[in-house]
Design a protein around this ligand. Structure first.
Ligand SMILES: [Fe+2]
Ligand SMILES: [Fe+2]
Length: 164
């Protein structure tokens, strides 16, 4: 299955319906101001992690809502990436705190997905299959970001989010 197969009409519709209210919030939109992994911004990175996690979880009948919401919020922090070990270790905790403030019904599973997304770095172990999934997808999207392959997918996704 290629990345292309993940962009079908039904996936896009369900994802947009679920995630759009969170995307439209000020804190999530503010992520556009922060460069992330070379040329991409943090919002586009988070949206792509969220979308791929959602579609895979949906295919496998896992908790697609948790994968999508936590995927979107996993990097909800507002400082520049300085590539230090300290930021690498602490930003999941900052993001979990910010996510809890933004989404009142954030579940403990979603909180753990955010906290553990840097595993094996960081202090938190993934405790659900969705947490392992988002951890892997974040790594995958990071490779796409660093090799300039993510902008074309981000373009598609931004069109999906804007189309509603
Ligand atoms: Fe992160
Ligand atoms: Fe990330």
């Amino acid at each position: 299955m290629g990345l292309k197969d993940l962009f079908n009409k039904e996936d896009k519709r369900q994802f947009a319906e679920l995630i759009r209210p969170y995307c439209m919030t000020e804190p999530v939109q503010r992520l556009r101001q922060f460069p992330h992994h070379k040329k991409i911004n943090r919002y586009d990175h988070a949206l792509l992690v969220s979308y791929i996690s959602f579609t895979l979880a949906r295919r496998w009948c896992w908790d697609a809502q948790a994968a999508a919401r936590a995927g979107l919020l996993h990097d909800l922090f507002f400082t520049e990436c300085d590539n230090t070990w300290k930021l690498c270790m602490t930003h999941p905790e900052t993001a979990a705190e910010n996510a809890g403030r933004l989404v009142k019904d954030l579940s403990s599973k979603e909180r753990n997905i955010i906290l553990s997304h840097m595993w094996p770095a960081g202090r938190h172990l993934p405790r659900s299959r969705e947490a392992w999934l988002v951890d892997m997808v974040d790594n995958f999207v990071t490779i796409l970001d660093m090799t300039d392959r993510s902008p074309k997918w981000s373009c598609k996704l931004n069109a999906v989010m804007g189309a509603l």
